[in-house]
Design a protein around this ligand. Structure first.
Ligand SMILES: [Zn+2]
Length: 282
């Protein structure tokens, strides 16, 4: 009887350890797909309109015991080295001037960390806008993790939204291996990598919650929160649904506060500059 009880205790302790072990082995790098030069009003509605600013384009490489993951893939390789207008066209490059060198594209960022594109098992997309899903075609063998609603929006965008969806980024990917989600999803069932529904910026926008042993909980907001100003209450520019955008900002803040975590923004120069980019967070 007593023995059984001890055995049970041991088993549950081991179980807890193995769940924890997965979290221990995760490494996360934040890198940038060059910079975008844009009107500040695109990020903060009615604030700073007319002021041109340069912002990073955050992407993440995550090494997990069950795979090598990307969260977002940056601007398409074809806009590198001053070729923006040749691929995005004059109008888009006037609004979002992509300043990206070839070495800043996700495949070269992976190489700098010792990985090849073929090593990537999962590509998670916050959404399908041009600075986030630009390089899906570099990963034809991976599993692509995206909200089903986002795929529908990307393939048949509303007219007012269509400029930021560059269909030639993904026009031949219909038969890729998509994990089509409807809301939150715990990717490996261990609580370490959890997709969070943060719709509002687009119909199927999602953020990523990552639990790291030493760093704690990171909430990779992507375009749910472009910059610290949006977190402080300035309505984001470019939204599909402003009310849902504001709800998603609140949602991320509530999860951050409950877990003593951090929110990392997609396009905030100051915060990006404060982070480490050559060594991983763990
Ligand atoms: Zn963006």
């Amino acid at each position: 009887m007593k023995r059984g009880f001890v055995k049970g205790l041991l088993a549950s302790a081991l179980c807890a350890v193995s769940t924890f072990a997965a979290a221990q082995d995760i490494k996360l790098w934040q890198v940038s797909s060059g910079q975008l030069e844009l009107d500040k009003g695109w990020l903060t509605a009615m604030s700073g309109v007319g002021t041109k600013i340069k912002v990073p384009v955050a992407m993440y490489v995550i090494q997990h015991p069950r795979g090598l993951l990307l969260f977002d893939t940056g601007n398409n390789v074809a806009v590198s080295d001053g070729q923006c207008a040749n691929y995005w066209g004059q109008g888009l490059c006037g609004a979002f001037n992509a300043m990206q060198t070839r070495d800043e594209v996700i495949d070269r960022q992976l190489a700098k960390l010792g990985f090849k594109p073929e090593d990537v098992t999962h590509v998670i997309y916050s959404h399908f806008h041009l600075d986030h899903a630009g390089n899906i075609k570099l990963f034809p063998k991976a599993k692509h993790v995206v909200q089903k609603e986002e795929l529908r929006a990307a393939w048949w965008p509303e007219k007012f939204q269509r400029a930021a969806y560059v269909m030639k980024d993904y026009d031949t990917t219909r038969d890729y291996d998509f994990l089509q989600l409807n809301g939150d999803f715990d990717l490996f069932g261990d609580g370490s990598i959890v997709v969070l529904d943060t719709k509002g910026h687009t119909q199927g926008h999602q953020s990523l919650q990552v639990k790291l042993k030493n760093t704690g909980m990171l909430l990779l907001a992507a375009d749910a929160i472009y910059t610290a100003e949006n977190e402080a209450g300035v309505i984001p520019g470019i939204t599909w649904n402003t009310n849902l955008s504001m709800q998603s900002i609140d949602r991320l803040k509530q999860i951050r506060d409950a877990n003593r975590g951090q929110i990392w923004y997609s396009h905030d120069s100051k915060q990006y500059g404060e982070h480490n980019h050559d060594k991983p967070y763990d």
